[in-house]
Write a protein of this length. Structure first.
Length: 428
């Protein structure tokens, strides 16, 4: 389910669009409204997929943008399906709700008439393809390496549906805010589609470098060090990059586990969560080319509210952004930083390679209190163990969703001003 920020954005988008339309019930109103919502939400979905830099701050980072992208896509398909069902049930709906002749589609002749007929014919197959692509995205039936190529068809489907909307929308729309909004969103969607089809998305934020070291630190963790040289623009602790080791496989998001020291040397701690990440230790080698796009993300554990109790919670591989933040504290030790508590949840402290580095860093920082929770020893973190003692609390969380849900649920009982910061790394 979407988080609060995404839910608010979706509510605003739906409310804003509906405010332009008269909702008096008639067959034409229902057909027009469903088509209007479908193409607008589809336009927003394509625009978000282009990763525009200017949307990162208001939406809370690329991870939140992709979460919104997912839900606007679902809304677009839902509205498109409703549009098709209304079209199929035209006789029944006209008998129930009546007609509204003011919203009849544009009636062209000659070349435009022929184009209009073609655009109308594109609607149904476009919907079928759209339903198929969304279904395989949500169910994850198709492996990522193949899915990403199928997903590239989406801009073509969108452009076909844009022509459908342009040629079949009521002419009077283009003379009022309803049409102006739709035209503006479609313009953004078309530009994003062209960028996608020509491979321009993210190009301005892509940097080429070399793999400097590959080390399998445990059975399911691989440390990869990349040398990006002076090309890398720098990053904040807590950010991530879209990393491409293999052009066929494409880019994957990985958190940066090292602070920015100006050398262009970056490290990633990559957990084996699928076929691709499990095979990385065998596939990567020193001197191999790598492309990084970014940095992305607005997860900044060093940016807490003044006079608020600071608590960091890391679960397993979710410790990587905090490792970078701790490293950054050491590099910038002269700067005043608030004291904080770090809770690290692990599934086996005795064999956890991340714990050694974590202890080494925290031992050098006197303002950090570290608590280890080893699930193999029955030590599971709960909200009560966070030791809340202030009225203002900032919690920075990176780890399994189940743990985040449990902590949020437990914290609801406490009367505090709480900000729970969490990234959403499900980009698909």
């Amino acid at each position: 389910m979407p988080n609060l920020r995404t839910s608010v954005m979706l509510f605003i988008l739906v409310t804003f669009q509906l405010s332009f339309l008269s909702l008096s019930p008639s067959y034409e109103q229902l057909l027009t409204l469903s088509g209007y919502l479908a193409i607008n939400f589809m336009s927003i979905t394509l625009l978000l997929a282009a990763r525009p830099r200017w949307l990162e701050m208001p939406l809370g980072g690329l991870d939140k943008m992709y979460q919104l992208h997912k839900w606007t896509g679902i809304l677009a398909v839902t509205a498109a399906l409703a549009h098709w069902l209304i079209e199929m049930a035209d006789d029944a709906l006209e008998a129930i709700f009546g007609k509204d002749r003011s919203l009849h589609e544009a009636d062209f002749s000659g070349l435009l008439g022929s184009l209009q007929d073609g655009a109308e014919d594109l609607g149904e197959p476009g919907l079928y393809l759209l339903l198929f692509l969304v279904a395989i995205t949500l169910t994850r039936w198709v492996p990522y390496v193949y899915w990403r190529y199928l997903h590239r068809v989406m801009p073509l489907i969108y452009l076909a549906l844009v022509s459908h909307a342009l040629l079949l929308a009521p002419l009077k729309w283009w003379q009022q805010p309803t049409g102006w909004l739709m035209a503006l969103l479609m313009m953004g969607g078309v530009i994003a589609s062209v960028q996608s089809l020509t491979g321009k998305i993210g190009k301005r934020r892509s940097y080429k470098g070399l793999v400097q070291a590959v080390k399998q630190t445990s059975a399911n963790i691989t440390e990869v060090v990349c040398n990006m040289g002076k090309r890398w623009p720098g990053h904040r602790a807590g950010q991530f990059a879209l990393v491409t080791f293999d052009r066929f496989e494409g880019a994957h998001p990985f958190s940066l586990s090292s602070a920015d020291n100006g050398s262009g040397q970056l490290s990633f701690q990559i957990k084996a969560l699928g076929d691709y990440t499990r095979a990385l230790p065998q596939q990567l080698h020193n001197g191999q080319a790598v492309t990084l796009e970014g940095p992305y993300g607005r997860f900044n554990p060093e940016k807490g509210r003044k006079n608020a109790q600071q608590i960091w919670v890391a679960g397993g591989i979710g410790v990587t952004p905090f490792l970078a933040a701790l490293e950054n504290r050491l590099i910038n030790s002269e700067q005043g930083t608030p004291a904080l508590t770090l809770h690290y949840c692990t599934a086996g402290a005795a064999e956890d390679p991340m714990l050694t580095r974590l202890k080494h860093l925290t031992e050098q920082l006197t303002d950090i209190t570290l608590h280890i929770h080893d699930s193999q020893q029955g030590q599971r973190l709960s909200a009560n163990q966070l030791q809340i003692h202030g009225l203002k609390v900032d919690i920075w969380f990176c780890g399994p969703q189940g743990l985040a849900t449990a902590l949020r649920s437990g914290l609801k009982q406490q009367r505090i001003s709480l900000r729970f910061h969490q990234e959403c790394f499900e980009f698909r």
